[in-house]
Design a protein around this ligand. Sequence first.
Ligand SMILES: [Zn+2]
Length: 409
Amino acid sequence: MQKLRDGLTETVLYGNELTWHPCTAMAENAEDRERVLQSLNFQSFRRLLFGLLKLGNLCNAIKSKSFIDADSDYECIMYGDFPLAINFSLIFEPGILFLKDVIGRRVEGKMDYEKRALQKLEDYVKEMDYHAGCLRKVLFETEQRPRKDLTEGEVAVTLTEHLLGKLAPGDSYVDDGKTRGKGQCLCGCNESPKYRSTGIGHEDVWHGFIDILFSSHTRIPESIATVTETLSPSTSPLDSETKDEDSPDEETISEDAKGSEDQAIAQTIVFSLLKRQNYPSCQHHLIPNIVITPTEFRVNMYDAMNDILLSSLSLKLFDPKFESLQIESVIILWMVLHYRIFCAGIKVNELKEEFKKIDIQANFRKIAESKWDIYSKSLKENLSHFPEEKKKNPISYDTYWRAKELTYG
Ligand SMILES: [Zn+2]
Protein backbone atom coordinates (compact mmCIF):
# COMPACT_ATOMS: atom_id res chain seq x y z
CA MET A 1 0.00 0.00 0.00
CA GLN A 2 2.81 2.31 0.91
CA LYS A 3 4.33 1.73 -2.52
CA LEU A 4 1.14 2.80 -4.15
CA ARG A 5 0.71 6.01 -2.22
CA ASP A 6 4.31 7.15 -2.38
CA GLY A 7 4.33 6.55 -6.10
CA LEU A 8 1.75 9.22 -6.54
CA THR A 9 1.97 11.95 -3.98
CA GLU A 10 5.73 12.17 -3.77
CA THR A 11 6.49 12.03 -7.45
CA VAL A 12 3.54 13.73 -9.02
CA LEU A 13 3.21 16.54 -6.58
CA TYR A 14 6.67 17.20 -5.34
CA GLY A 15 8.84 15.62 -7.98
CA ASN A 16 10.92 17.36 -10.57
CA GLU A 17 9.00 16.26 -13.60
CA LEU A 18 6.67 19.20 -13.58
CA THR A 19 7.89 22.42 -12.08
CA TRP A 20 5.53 25.30 -11.83
CA HIS A 21 6.98 28.68 -11.08
CA PRO A 22 4.92 31.75 -10.21
CA CYS A 23 6.55 33.86 -12.90
CA THR A 24 5.13 31.54 -15.55
CA ALA A 25 1.84 31.05 -13.77
CA MET A 26 0.32 34.31 -14.93
CA ALA A 27 -0.91 33.51 -18.38
CA GLU A 28 -1.55 36.89 -19.98
CA ASN A 29 -2.42 35.74 -23.45
CA ALA A 30 -3.06 32.71 -25.62
CA GLU A 31 0.66 31.99 -26.07
CA ASP A 32 1.18 32.00 -22.33
CA ARG A 33 -1.79 29.73 -21.80
CA GLU A 34 -0.45 27.40 -24.44
CA ARG A 35 2.92 27.39 -22.69
CA VAL A 36 1.16 26.41 -19.48
CA LEU A 37 -0.38 23.41 -21.18
CA GLN A 38 2.85 22.60 -23.02
CA SER A 39 4.60 22.30 -19.67
CA LEU A 40 2.33 19.45 -18.62
CA ASN A 41 3.90 16.08 -18.22
CA PHE A 42 1.31 13.50 -19.16
CA GLN A 43 3.09 10.87 -17.09
CA SER A 44 1.72 12.75 -14.07
CA PHE A 45 -1.83 11.75 -14.96
CA ARG A 46 -0.79 8.11 -15.30
CA ARG A 47 0.23 8.06 -11.66
CA LEU A 48 -3.18 9.03 -10.35
CA LEU A 49 -4.84 5.84 -9.20
CA PHE A 50 -8.31 5.10 -7.98
CA GLY A 51 -8.64 2.26 -5.49
CA LEU A 52 -11.60 -0.09 -5.95
CA LEU A 53 -13.59 -0.33 -2.74
CA LYS A 54 -15.98 -2.87 -1.31
CA LEU A 55 -18.53 -2.18 1.41
CA GLY A 56 -18.72 -4.48 4.42
CA ASN A 57 -21.39 -6.03 6.61
CA LEU A 58 -21.44 -3.06 9.00
CA CYS A 59 -22.58 -0.73 6.21
CA ASN A 60 -25.79 0.92 7.44
CA ALA A 61 -27.26 1.87 4.03
CA ILE A 62 -30.60 0.14 4.74
CA LYS A 63 -31.18 2.17 7.88
CA SER A 64 -32.58 5.67 8.16
CA LYS A 65 -29.25 7.47 8.55
CA SER A 66 -28.19 10.97 7.63
CA PHE A 67 -24.92 11.17 5.70
CA ILE A 68 -23.23 12.37 8.89
CA ASP A 69 -24.06 9.05 10.58
CA ALA A 70 -23.43 6.87 7.52
CA ASP A 71 -21.08 3.93 7.96
CA SER A 72 -19.96 2.35 4.73
CA ASP A 73 -17.51 -0.13 6.33
CA TYR A 74 -15.31 0.13 3.24
CA GLU A 75 -12.12 -1.73 2.45
CA CYS A 76 -9.92 -2.07 -0.60
CA ILE A 77 -10.53 -4.91 -3.01
CA MET A 78 -7.26 -6.83 -3.08
CA TYR A 79 -5.46 -8.60 -5.90
CA GLY A 80 -3.09 -10.90 -4.06
CA ASP A 81 -1.06 -8.63 -1.79
CA PHE A 82 -1.91 -5.44 -3.64
CA PRO A 83 -5.00 -3.25 -3.65
CA LEU A 84 -6.80 -3.27 -6.95
CA ALA A 85 -6.75 0.11 -8.67
CA ILE A 86 -7.74 1.77 -11.92
CA ASN A 87 -5.78 4.50 -13.62
CA PHE A 88 -7.12 8.02 -14.11
CA SER A 89 -5.73 8.02 -17.63
CA LEU A 90 -7.70 4.86 -18.47
CA ILE A 91 -11.13 6.07 -17.42
CA PHE A 92 -10.43 9.68 -18.47
CA GLU A 93 -8.76 8.70 -21.73
CA PRO A 94 -11.02 10.98 -23.84
CA GLY A 95 -9.93 13.94 -21.69
CA ILE A 96 -6.24 13.11 -22.00
CA LEU A 97 -6.57 12.75 -25.79
CA PHE A 98 -8.47 16.05 -25.97
CA LEU A 99 -5.73 17.82 -24.05
CA LYS A 100 -3.08 16.37 -26.36
CA ASP A 101 -5.05 17.64 -29.37
CA VAL A 102 -5.28 21.10 -27.83
CA ILE A 103 -1.55 21.18 -27.19
CA GLY A 104 -0.89 19.93 -30.72
CA ARG A 105 -3.26 22.64 -32.03
CA ARG A 106 -5.60 20.05 -33.49
CA VAL A 107 -8.80 21.82 -32.42
CA GLU A 108 -10.59 21.97 -35.76
CA GLY A 109 -13.69 19.81 -35.82
CA LYS A 110 -14.11 19.87 -32.05
CA MET A 111 -17.71 20.02 -30.86
CA ASP A 112 -19.18 23.18 -29.32
CA TYR A 113 -19.43 21.59 -25.87
CA GLU A 114 -15.74 20.67 -26.06
CA LYS A 115 -14.82 24.22 -27.01
CA ARG A 116 -16.94 25.53 -24.14
CA ALA A 117 -15.12 23.25 -21.72
CA LEU A 118 -11.73 24.39 -23.06
CA GLN A 119 -12.76 28.02 -22.70
CA LYS A 120 -13.50 27.41 -19.02
CA LEU A 121 -9.99 26.06 -18.49
CA GLU A 122 -8.34 28.85 -20.49
CA ASP A 123 -10.26 31.55 -18.62
CA TYR A 124 -9.28 30.04 -15.31
CA VAL A 125 -5.61 29.59 -16.18
CA LYS A 126 -5.52 33.24 -17.25
CA GLU A 127 -6.59 34.32 -13.75
CA MET A 128 -5.01 31.52 -11.81
CA ASP A 129 -2.65 33.69 -9.77
CA TYR A 130 -5.50 35.96 -8.73
CA HIS A 131 -7.65 32.99 -7.64
CA ALA A 132 -4.73 31.33 -5.84
CA GLY A 133 -4.28 34.57 -3.88
CA CYS A 134 -7.97 34.66 -2.91
CA LEU A 135 -7.89 31.01 -1.83
CA ARG A 136 -4.74 31.57 0.21
CA LYS A 137 -6.20 34.65 1.88
CA VAL A 138 -9.20 32.71 3.21
CA LEU A 139 -8.04 29.12 3.51
CA PHE A 140 -4.49 29.40 4.75
CA GLU A 141 -4.19 29.54 8.48
CA THR A 142 -2.92 32.79 9.97
CA GLU A 143 -2.40 33.96 13.51
CA GLN A 144 -5.32 36.32 13.10
CA ARG A 145 -7.55 33.57 11.81
CA PRO A 146 -6.92 29.97 12.80
CA ARG A 147 -8.41 27.50 10.35
CA LYS A 148 -10.84 26.24 12.98
CA ASP A 149 -12.63 29.57 12.90
CA LEU A 150 -13.81 28.87 9.36
CA THR A 151 -17.07 27.02 8.89
CA GLU A 152 -17.37 24.33 6.22
CA GLY A 153 -19.86 26.63 4.52
CA GLU A 154 -17.33 29.46 4.32
CA VAL A 155 -14.73 27.09 2.91
CA ALA A 156 -17.31 25.85 0.39
CA VAL A 157 -18.06 29.42 -0.75
CA THR A 158 -14.40 30.28 -1.34
CA LEU A 159 -13.66 26.98 -3.11
CA THR A 160 -16.73 27.54 -5.29
CA GLU A 161 -15.92 31.15 -6.16
CA HIS A 162 -12.20 30.70 -6.80
CA LEU A 163 -11.73 27.14 -8.01
CA LEU A 164 -14.47 24.58 -8.55
CA GLY A 165 -17.26 26.87 -9.72
CA LYS A 166 -14.93 28.57 -12.19
CA LEU A 167 -13.94 25.25 -13.77
CA ALA A 168 -17.40 23.63 -13.78
CA PRO A 169 -19.52 23.50 -16.95
CA GLY A 170 -22.58 25.30 -15.56
CA ASP A 171 -23.85 26.77 -12.33
CA SER A 172 -22.65 25.84 -8.86
CA TYR A 173 -24.87 25.82 -5.80
CA VAL A 174 -23.78 25.88 -2.18
CA ASP A 175 -25.92 24.23 0.51
CA ASP A 176 -28.04 27.00 1.98
CA GLY A 177 -28.40 25.27 5.32
CA LYS A 178 -24.72 25.29 6.21
CA THR A 179 -23.68 28.84 5.53
CA ARG A 180 -24.17 31.49 8.16
CA GLY A 181 -26.14 34.34 6.64
CA LYS A 182 -25.61 32.97 3.11
CA GLY A 183 -22.76 35.38 2.85
CA GLN A 184 -20.15 36.52 0.42
CA CYS A 185 -16.71 35.07 -0.06
CA LEU A 186 -14.43 36.12 2.81
CA CYS A 187 -11.51 37.10 0.57
CA GLY A 188 -13.00 40.51 -0.09
CA CYS A 189 -14.00 39.89 -3.71
CA ASN A 190 -17.65 40.68 -2.84
CA GLU A 191 -18.82 37.63 -4.78
CA SER A 192 -21.39 35.27 -3.40
CA PRO A 193 -22.40 31.93 -4.86
CA LYS A 194 -25.87 30.70 -5.67
CA TYR A 195 -27.47 28.97 -2.70
CA ARG A 196 -29.91 26.11 -2.84
CA SER A 197 -31.50 23.38 -0.73
CA THR A 198 -29.29 20.45 -1.55
CA GLY A 199 -30.96 17.59 0.35
CA ILE A 200 -30.82 14.26 -1.48
CA GLY A 201 -31.73 10.67 -0.66
CA HIS A 202 -34.71 9.34 1.25
CA GLU A 203 -35.59 9.57 4.92
CA ASP A 204 -35.88 5.76 5.22
CA VAL A 205 -32.29 5.18 4.01
CA TRP A 206 -29.15 7.30 3.57
CA HIS A 207 -30.03 10.97 3.15
CA GLY A 208 -28.77 14.46 3.86
CA PHE A 209 -27.29 17.59 2.37
CA ILE A 210 -24.45 17.96 -0.07
CA ASP A 211 -22.05 20.88 0.23
CA ILE A 212 -21.71 21.95 -3.41
CA LEU A 213 -23.78 20.87 -6.39
CA PHE A 214 -22.61 21.44 -9.96
CA SER A 215 -24.95 21.59 -12.93
CA SER A 216 -24.35 21.20 -16.63
CA HIS A 217 -24.66 24.27 -18.84
CA THR A 218 -28.27 23.13 -19.40
CA ARG A 219 -28.88 23.13 -15.62
CA ILE A 220 -28.95 19.35 -15.15
CA PRO A 221 -27.33 18.36 -11.81
CA GLU A 222 -24.07 16.74 -12.84
CA SER A 223 -21.71 16.26 -9.91
CA ILE A 224 -21.09 17.18 -6.29
CA ALA A 225 -18.36 18.16 -3.87
CA THR A 226 -18.01 17.29 -0.20
CA VAL A 227 -16.13 19.88 1.84
CA THR A 228 -14.30 18.45 4.81
CA GLU A 229 -11.72 19.64 7.28
CA THR A 230 -8.99 17.06 6.84
CA LEU A 231 -8.07 14.38 4.39
CA SER A 232 -4.92 13.04 5.91
CA PRO A 233 -3.24 10.23 3.95
CA SER A 234 -3.78 7.96 6.93
CA THR A 235 -7.52 8.14 6.40
CA SER A 236 -7.41 7.36 2.69
CA PRO A 237 -9.68 4.48 1.81
CA LEU A 238 -6.64 3.07 0.01
CA ASP A 239 -5.00 2.67 3.39
CA SER A 240 -7.84 0.85 5.06
CA GLU A 241 -6.07 -2.49 4.78
CA THR A 242 -3.01 -1.29 6.60
CA LYS A 243 -4.48 0.97 9.22
CA ASP A 244 -4.65 -1.79 11.83
CA GLU A 245 -0.94 -2.45 11.43
CA ASP A 246 0.06 1.08 12.34
CA SER A 247 2.28 1.26 15.35
CA PRO A 248 0.65 2.76 18.43
CA ASP A 249 3.04 5.72 18.22
CA GLU A 250 1.71 6.81 14.88
CA GLU A 251 -1.02 9.35 14.67
CA THR A 252 -4.33 7.64 15.22
CA ILE A 253 -7.14 8.19 12.80
CA SER A 254 -9.56 10.67 14.25
CA GLU A 255 -13.19 9.65 14.39
CA ASP A 256 -14.04 12.88 12.57
CA ALA A 257 -11.80 12.09 9.61
CA LYS A 258 -13.10 8.52 9.38
CA GLY A 259 -16.64 9.86 9.63
CA SER A 260 -16.11 12.31 6.80
CA GLU A 261 -14.73 9.53 4.56
CA ASP A 262 -17.88 7.48 5.27
CA GLN A 263 -20.07 10.51 4.71
CA ALA A 264 -18.41 11.26 1.37
CA ILE A 265 -18.80 7.65 0.21
CA ALA A 266 -22.50 7.62 1.13
CA GLN A 267 -23.03 10.92 -0.72
CA THR A 268 -21.18 9.61 -3.77
CA ILE A 269 -23.35 6.48 -3.95
CA VAL A 270 -26.69 8.22 -3.33
CA PHE A 271 -26.00 11.01 -5.84
CA SER A 272 -24.98 8.51 -8.51
CA LEU A 273 -28.12 6.42 -7.89
CA LEU A 274 -30.23 9.58 -8.03
CA LYS A 275 -28.68 10.47 -11.40
CA ARG A 276 -29.36 6.98 -12.70
CA GLN A 277 -32.96 7.15 -11.46
CA ASN A 278 -33.57 10.54 -13.13
CA TYR A 279 -31.45 10.12 -16.28
CA PRO A 280 -31.35 6.39 -16.99
CA SER A 281 -30.19 6.75 -20.59
CA CYS A 282 -26.81 8.38 -19.87
CA GLN A 283 -23.84 6.91 -21.70
CA HIS A 284 -22.36 5.69 -18.42
CA HIS A 285 -23.19 6.09 -14.75
CA LEU A 286 -19.76 6.66 -13.24
CA ILE A 287 -20.44 9.90 -11.34
CA PRO A 288 -17.84 11.86 -9.35
CA ASN A 289 -17.83 13.48 -5.94
CA ILE A 290 -14.88 15.79 -5.27
CA VAL A 291 -13.93 15.43 -1.60
CA ILE A 292 -12.02 18.59 -0.81
CA THR A 293 -10.33 20.35 2.11
CA PRO A 294 -8.71 23.81 2.14
CA THR A 295 -5.46 22.24 0.90
CA GLU A 296 -6.11 18.95 -0.89
CA PHE A 297 -8.73 16.78 -2.53
CA ARG A 298 -9.56 13.31 -3.71
CA VAL A 299 -12.14 12.08 -6.17
CA ASN A 300 -14.70 9.43 -5.31
CA MET A 301 -16.72 7.89 -8.15
CA TYR A 302 -19.60 5.43 -8.09
CA ASP A 303 -20.85 3.54 -11.12
CA ALA A 304 -24.53 2.97 -10.33
CA MET A 305 -24.95 0.59 -13.26
CA ASN A 306 -22.04 -1.75 -12.55
CA ASP A 307 -21.91 -1.21 -8.75
CA ILE A 308 -18.26 -0.13 -8.77
CA LEU A 309 -16.92 2.30 -6.15
CA LEU A 310 -13.66 4.19 -6.65
CA SER A 311 -11.69 6.50 -4.39
CA SER A 312 -8.57 8.23 -5.63
CA LEU A 313 -5.35 9.03 -3.86
CA SER A 314 -5.28 12.54 -2.46
CA LEU A 315 -3.76 15.43 -4.40
CA LYS A 316 -2.45 18.73 -3.13
CA LEU A 317 -4.11 21.92 -4.36
CA PHE A 318 -1.04 24.11 -3.88
CA ASP A 319 2.59 23.85 -4.82
CA PRO A 320 4.35 23.58 -1.46
CA LYS A 321 7.25 25.79 -2.51
CA PHE A 322 5.53 28.62 -4.33
CA GLU A 323 2.03 28.53 -2.88
CA SER A 324 0.64 28.72 -6.41
CA LEU A 325 -1.97 26.23 -7.54
CA GLN A 326 -0.75 22.90 -8.87
CA ILE A 327 -1.57 22.97 -12.57
CA GLU A 328 -2.12 19.22 -12.80
CA SER A 329 -4.54 19.34 -9.86
CA VAL A 330 -6.45 22.12 -11.62
CA ILE A 331 -6.60 20.10 -14.84
CA ILE A 332 -7.73 16.96 -13.02
CA LEU A 333 -10.52 18.93 -11.30
CA TRP A 334 -11.51 20.45 -14.65
CA MET A 335 -11.67 17.03 -16.32
CA VAL A 336 -13.62 15.53 -13.40
CA LEU A 337 -16.16 18.38 -13.44
CA HIS A 338 -16.53 17.88 -17.22
CA TYR A 339 -16.67 14.07 -16.88
CA ARG A 340 -19.61 13.91 -19.29
CA ILE A 341 -17.15 14.78 -22.05
CA PHE A 342 -13.89 13.49 -20.66
CA CYS A 343 -14.69 10.27 -18.80
CA ALA A 344 -15.48 7.07 -20.68
CA GLY A 345 -16.72 5.14 -17.64
CA ILE A 346 -15.45 1.67 -16.78
CA LYS A 347 -15.73 -0.76 -19.68
CA VAL A 348 -16.18 -3.93 -17.63
CA ASN A 349 -16.61 -6.12 -20.71
CA GLU A 350 -13.27 -5.01 -22.10
CA LEU A 351 -11.23 -5.91 -19.02
CA LYS A 352 -8.47 -8.50 -19.43
CA GLU A 353 -9.54 -12.06 -18.66
CA GLU A 354 -7.55 -12.16 -15.39
CA PHE A 355 -9.63 -9.24 -14.04
CA LYS A 356 -12.95 -10.54 -15.33
CA LYS A 357 -12.64 -13.37 -12.81
CA ILE A 358 -12.42 -10.98 -9.86
CA ASP A 359 -15.48 -9.58 -8.13
CA ILE A 360 -14.86 -5.84 -8.48
CA GLN A 361 -18.33 -4.81 -7.34
CA ALA A 362 -18.78 -2.64 -4.27
CA ASN A 363 -21.45 -4.95 -2.86
CA PHE A 364 -23.82 -2.01 -2.40
CA ARG A 365 -26.60 -3.58 -4.44
CA LYS A 366 -26.51 -6.68 -2.24
CA ILE A 367 -26.28 -4.75 1.04
CA ALA A 368 -29.14 -2.44 0.05
CA GLU A 369 -31.31 -5.24 -1.37
CA SER A 370 -34.15 -4.88 1.13
CA LYS A 371 -34.37 -1.14 0.35
CA TRP A 372 -33.57 -1.41 -3.34
CA ASP A 373 -36.99 -0.07 -4.34
CA ILE A 374 -36.13 3.19 -2.60
CA TYR A 375 -32.57 3.37 -3.94
CA SER A 376 -33.70 2.69 -7.50
CA LYS A 377 -37.03 4.52 -7.69
CA SER A 378 -37.78 6.85 -4.78
CA LEU A 379 -34.71 9.01 -4.17
CA LYS A 380 -35.50 12.70 -3.81
CA GLU A 381 -33.53 15.89 -4.47
CA ASN A 382 -33.53 19.65 -3.72
CA LEU A 383 -34.93 19.06 -0.23
CA SER A 384 -34.58 21.59 2.56
CA HIS A 385 -35.51 19.10 5.26
CA PHE A 386 -36.39 15.43 5.66
CA PRO A 387 -39.47 14.04 7.41
CA GLU A 388 -38.96 12.74 10.92
CA GLU A 389 -37.85 9.17 11.13
CA LYS A 390 -40.86 6.89 11.52
CA LYS A 391 -41.16 5.72 15.08
CA LYS A 392 -40.97 1.97 15.39
CA ASN A 393 -43.93 0.33 17.12
CA PRO A 394 -42.83 -0.43 20.65
CA ILE A 395 -43.45 -3.97 21.77
CA SER A 396 -46.07 -3.82 24.49
CA TYR A 397 -47.59 -7.02 25.75
CA ASP A 398 -50.85 -5.55 27.00
CA THR A 399 -54.23 -7.25 27.21
CA TYR A 400 -55.15 -6.36 23.65
CA TRP A 401 -51.89 -7.44 22.14
CA ARG A 402 -52.63 -9.46 19.01
CA ALA A 403 -50.15 -11.81 17.49
CA LYS A 404 -49.94 -14.82 15.19
CA GLU A 405 -48.70 -17.82 17.12
CA LEU A 406 -46.35 -20.42 15.72
CA THR A 407 -47.85 -23.90 15.85
CA TYR A 408 -46.53 -27.39 15.18
CA GLY A 409 -48.00 -29.39 12.30
ZN1 LIG B 1 -13.40 35.70 -2.96
